[in-house]
Design a protein. Structure first.
Length: 141
């Protein structure tokens, strides 16, 4: 990881949760900047993925269900995005697949709960076991 802790982006449905989280961490906000304009999550996922890959850091994506952001992000080589709805999900995503993008579902995750999930995601280290490394290589093919 370099000096940039990470990036955060959302669609209109995830705006309020993104706005809440970004003030808690040193994250660069890539948009959207309002909940009033309907936007497509794929555009914000693509933007965040570009920066995560370029800076070799973490990212957080937020939409209503988490599904649109997860699917959009995972279409890119080198990205391992995981929807996490609790701290156990976040811990396992980091330990087992070395997830580099956390996806949150704004409709199912509230402020304090999201804080705990994000904190767990950022502090948990990849286990680095050979079988996990082998699986990640297969994902990138």
């Amino acid at each position: 990881m370099n000096h940039i802790m990470g990036f955060i982006a959302s669609d209109h449905r995830g705006y309020w949760l993104k706005d809440y989280i970004k003030w808690k961490l040193s994250l660069i906000d890539l948009g959207t900047f309002s909940d009033r304009k309907l936007v497509d999550e794929v555009d914000y996922a693509k933007r965040l993925v570009k920066y995560v890959k370029e800076h070799k850091c973490y990212g957080i994506l937020i939409c209503g269900s988490g599904f649109g952001m997860d699917v959009s992000a995972n279409r890119h080589k080198g990205i391992r995005a995981c929807i996490c709805r609790n701290v156990v999900d976040a811990e396992w995503a980091r330990k087992h697949v070395d997830a580099n993008v956390l996806v949150l579902a704004a409709e199912f995750t509230k402020g304090r709960q999201a804080e705990k999930i994000v904190e767990t995601f950022f502090k948990t280290k990849f286990l680095g076991l050979n079988r996990y490394k082998r699986r990640i290589k297969k994902m990138d093919r």
